[in-house]
Structures are given as C-alpha cells and as structure tokens.
Write a protein that binds this ligand. Sequence first.
Ligand SMILES: Nc1nc2c(ncn2[C@@H]2O[C@H](COP(=O)(O)OP(=O)(O)OP(=O)(O)O)[C@@H](O)[C@H]2O)c(=O)[nH]1
Ligand SMILES: Nc1nc2c(ncn2[C@@H]2O[C@H](COP(=O)(O)OP(=O)(O)OP(=O)(O)O)[C@@H](O)[C@H]2O)c(=O)[nH]1
Ligand SMILES: [Mg+2]
Ligand SMILES: [Mg+2]
Lengths: 279, 292
Amino acid sequence: WNKFKKSNSQFWEELEEQLISSDVSVDTADMIISNIREYAYSNNINDTGIIRDLLKKEIIKILNCGINEKLKFSGNPPSVYLIVGVNGVGKTSAIAKLAAMLKKQGKNVVMAAADTYRSAATEQLQHYGERLGIEVVHHQKLSDPGAVVYDSLDKALARRSDVLIIDTAGRMQTSFNLMEELKKIKRVVFKKLDRDPDEILIVIDSTTGQNARHQAEVFHRAIGLTGVILTKTDGTSKGGIVLTIKNELQIPVKLVTNGEKIENIDLFDPEKYTGAIFT
Amino acid sequence: QLTGKFEDLFFRIRNKGKLSPSDLDAALREIKLALLEADVNFKVVKEFLGNLKERALGKEVMESLTPYQQVIKIVNDEMTRMLGSSEGSVNFSSGGPTIFMMVGLQGTGKTSSVIKLANFIKSRFGKSVALVAADVYRPAAVLQLMDMAGKIGVDVYSEKSMDPVSISRKGVEKFTRDGRDAIIIDTAGRLHIDENMMLEVENIRKAVKPHQVYLVLDAMTGQEAVNIASAFNKRVECDGLILTKLDSDTRGGAALSVYYVVKKPIKFVSSGEKIEDFDIFHPERIASRILG
Ligand SMILES: Nc1nc2c(ncn2[C@@H]2O[C@H](COP(=O)(O)OP(=O)(O)OP(=O)(O)O)[C@@H](O)[C@H]2O)c(=O)[nH]1
Ligand SMILES: Nc1nc2c(ncn2[C@@H]2O[C@H](COP(=O)(O)OP(=O)(O)OP(=O)(O)O)[C@@H](O)[C@H]2O)c(=O)[nH]1
Ligand SMILES: [Mg+2]
Ligand SMILES: [Mg+2]
C-alpha cells in the first residue's frame, strides 16, 4: 500500500488541484479527497479510473438532495420567489429566464421590479416583461422596495397569478443596512400572505471564488435561503463554491443559467454539473 | 503587516531559535492554505511557495538569529512585489483627447466604472469628459449610462444602430471635434471564450486607438482570473486593470494572480456603489487583505 501511496501521491494531488482550480474550498476538497482515499485503501482499489469515478459519485451525492432541488409551489397561489444576491451576478436576467420558463409550462407569472435603486433596473426588467408578455409591477425610481412588493402581491392575488418573482437590488453581504432592507422585504410577504416566500434564492456567479461562501452564509443568516441559482456557467469557471455551500450550509442549487439568451436556463443537474468539473 | 492567521502561526514558532525543516513545512502549509482561501491561483501559490522555500532554506534565514522574522519579511516582500506598484494616476495625451476603453466579463462593473472614472477625471484634473455607449446588447444599457452620466453632467454619444465599432468611431470623432479632453467608451460584457465578441472588441480598439484599455475585473473572481485576464490581454493589449467590488471584503487574491502572470498594473479600485467609491490602487492595502 505504501508503494501505491508513494507512487500515486501525485495522482491524489492532481485530483485535489482539479477541485481547487474549480473554486471548491480547501476544506471541502480535503474532506472529499480523504474520504475517497480512505475508501480506496480499505477496499484495495488502485485503479485510477475507478477512483476518479468514485470521486464523481461522491460529489454528485453531496449535490443531490432529494426533494429540495425542485422549485416549490404553494397550495395557495401566488407562489412567491424572492431573488437576492450581490451586485452584477445575474439576478434580473435569471428572473426573466425563469419567468419565461414558467410561462412556457402554462403558469401565470408576475414580476416585481423591487430594485428601485440602480439606474435603469426597472427598464431592464420591463424590456423582458414586454418581450414575454408578462406583467412587471414597478414604482418610480428610489421608491420603497417594500411598497413595490406589497403592490405586486396585491396584483398577483387579484389576477390569481401562479407565481410572483421578486427582483431585488444587488447588495453586498457586508452592508448592514441593505441586509436589513432585505429582511423588511421578506416581512412584507409574510404579513400579506401569512407565510414566508416559497423560495428565497441567492444568485451566485460561477466566476466568484471563496467570497461566495461568505455571501451565502450571511444572506442565509439574515433571511434564510432555500436555494442557489448558479449563473454564467457558459464561461470557463466551474462554480465549485456551490459544492462547498451545499456541503457546509446545506443549501442546494436549484437552477443554472448558461448564457444571455432567454432560453439559457435549466433545472440543476448534479450529474451534468459534476461531469463539467472533470472535463 | 501580517495579520490574523499568519500572526498566530509565526507567534507559535517565534520563540524557537532555529527553524527546523518540519517547522518550515508547517509554516508553508499554513501559507498555502491562506493564499488558496484568498483566491490566489493555485499555480501561482505553488510557484510562490517554491520561491519562498528556496529563500527560507538559504543563508539569510538559516543563519539568522531570528529566522522566523526573516521568513515573515520574505513573505511580505514577495507579496508586495507580486502586486506591482501604485501607478494609478492618469497620463493624459498631449495632442487631442485621451481615449479610454473598458472591457471585461458580464456584470463586473464596467458601466459603473466608466462613470466613476469620468467623475475622477473631472474632479481631480478639471478636464472635460464625454462618454460613448457602445453596449448595444444589454437591455437598457444605454439608458443606464445616460442616467448616471446625467448626474455628473457628462455627455453620452449613442446610436440606435447595432454596430459598436461604428458607434465608437463616430462617438470619438464627434467628441474630438468638440474638443473634449477625455473620452471613455463603455463596451458590453463578454466571455473571453466568445470568439465573435472578442473579435468585436479587437475591432473597436483598432478603429478608435484608445490610449488606455482597462480590463474591469471583479475582485471576488476565483481561480479563473488569470485565464480571463490573459485572454483579454492577448486580444486587446490591456494597459491596466480596474478592480471592483472590494467592499465585498473579498481577500482579492485574483489581483495578485493576475498581476503575477499578466504583468499589467492595477490602476484603480472600486469599493462601493457611490460615485466617490473609486480610487487609485495601493498595493500595500491589497497585500494585507490577501494575507488577512
Ligand atoms: N454569459 C452569461 N452572462 C450572463 C448570465 N446571466 C447574466 N449574464 C449577464 O450578466 C450581466 C449582469 O446581469 P444582471 O441580470 O443585470 O445582473 P444583476 O444581478 O441583476 O445585477 P444588479 O442588479 O446590478 O445587481 C448582464 O450583462 C447579463 O447579460 C449567464 O448565465 N451567462
Ligand atoms: N458594491 C459594489 N457594487 C458595484 C461596484 N462596482 C459596480 N457595482 C455594481 O455592480 C453591478 C453591475 O455593475 P455594471 O456597471 O452594470 O456592470 P457591467 O460590467 O457594466 O455589466 P454588463 O454591462 O452587464 O457586463 C451594479 O449593481 C453596480 O452598481 C463596487 O465597487 N461595489
Ligand atoms: Mg438587477
Ligand atoms: Mg455595462
């Protein structure tokens, strides 16, 4: 065994580097690799191809979560999806794509333009609304985001819409005031519907490194996350931080966007995702 | 200069007169961990540790009365060296307007940086600035730029056409005729692996001949930062980088990796959404964040 260990220490190092270069955190990568190594040694497995497959299976196992990976729909419409995340990660685009996807499935969708801060955020969402024939509830610039959400809930209830998707302004997890604003938005939904949003999804950019874990942690502590939307997977980054986020915070990836066209959105597929890490 | 994890580590070994090989290995492992957690590219980390070990096994450390202090000094020197120097200020061209162009991946903060740089040039140098809206793809991109430009009293050239090369050329011609001191071109976000889009930004550069092309890079970019920056640099010959979203408290290892490999200076940093959250790059500040 020591012979295998010595001659293959490079093999294990390469496996670890594959994970690290995909932005998996060192802790999670070490945990996964040492579990596999222990299993391989105790089962006399020394075929590197088989070990690689074991590694893939282990990663898929971590990413899989049974029922949680599906989008939740409420028994009392509208189902409410609150979309959050730091600046520029792809929230507004993901919302348009998700709305289009749900509409194609025959659902009645309303979008809330609750980013009242950034220049042309409302116009950006309205552009998609017009293209898709989906209503966008909006107020004038710098109005209270909570008021937009309240108004959207009214409209969604009146129209008996199936889903209301709420766009919020990008915000750093390090901004106390902006995180408080998000809590307030969540409370508006609870007060109106007597339940929390059915999905609270953090949008994470595939190119982001270890800071994404901190983002997930702080957003989760503030408002409770039900899932991740992983964006820009059409780039060269693998978004491995979602493996860390699932492993350490138990937050699953639900959706993936892989381009700038409206159809570039899919339900998360752990097998496909894991395969991409190893190409 | 070293904070947090590094301080504990070196505090633990400081009272040992000599630096044993196992002490050094333990120290190197801790440094590797800290750098990877800071998003420094793993190949850059390997090389850094290699150089560090070589120097640590040399006379300056082994024959020093305070070997651990020597190692800290080396780490700090190497880090600061790897970040380049502060060359942030703007050099204006003597004949005609100075032309700037922003490029980068989607969502990194290009459009915001155009506005911040324009404001920086106006307020610090008293120069007249005008902008060219060459992002024809993103919904409401031109509106976004115009809305922000209106707040700082800066003109924007835009067209209904879908040809960013012609928009850029015409915008620069117009503002040159108007006698502006600086012209800044905003381009669409694009992937470094999108051949058509990289060709487009190459063509804009050829048509307009900017004095400064800045790659706008998100400070929280992970391991791919080096590949992204290298690809952009190869296609459009960047003059420098603008590092954004530093207020995320990200450690910023991407900055170090990119400078180490691409050797282009970081000119400016953006640390917030306000127009004034924009400043000249100071390497020492990033070095202490990475080692944080
Ligand atoms: N290539 C690629 N680009 C994307 C993807 N998702 C979003 N983008 C682009 O990323 C940029 C930012 O997208 P937005 O939807 O405005 O991001 P945001 O999170 O709403 O940004 P803020 O509201 O400013 O915080 C745009 O140029 C999008 O076209 C994706 O999956 N792939
Ligand atoms: N917190 C913070 N937000 C920033 C910073 N720089 C830019 N932003 C925000 O990041 C988001 C994206 O900025 P944009 O300027 O639209 O980015 P872009 O690169 O032009 O995006 P595309 O044109 O879609 O590729 C916006 O919400 C900005 O306000 C920064 O330094 N800190
Ligand atoms: Mg948005
Ligand atoms: Mg832009």
